[in-house]
Design a protein around this ligand. Structure first.
Ligand SMILES: [Zn+2]
Length: 76
């Protein structure tokens, strides 16, 4: 029996801000982040846009996380 999928699998990726790599990472769907072990389902809680008050912009969760991560670094 052949195990090849007749339909080429689309490479779905999910994004998250990785505190280990200190940047937004792309991870294949169904896989954990290789760097920090974050799972897609954990990140999926944070759908939608988040308002970043200091720069008056809406951002997605990974970018929002990234923004505040570097804000914290600057202020400490
Ligand atoms: Zn990660």
């Amino acid at each position: 029996m052949l195990l090849t999928n007749p339909e080429p699998e689309t490479l779905e990726m999910w994004r998250h801000f990785c505190t280990t790599k200190e940047k937004v990472m792309l991870v294949s769907c169904g896989e954990k982040c290789a760097w920090c072990g974050a799972e897609e389902k954990t990140e999926n809680i944070y759908q939608g846009l988040f308002y970043v008050y200091p720069i008056q912009k809406y951002m997605r969760w990974p970018e929002y996380m990234e923004y505040y991560y570097w804000q914290d670094k600057k202020s400490s």
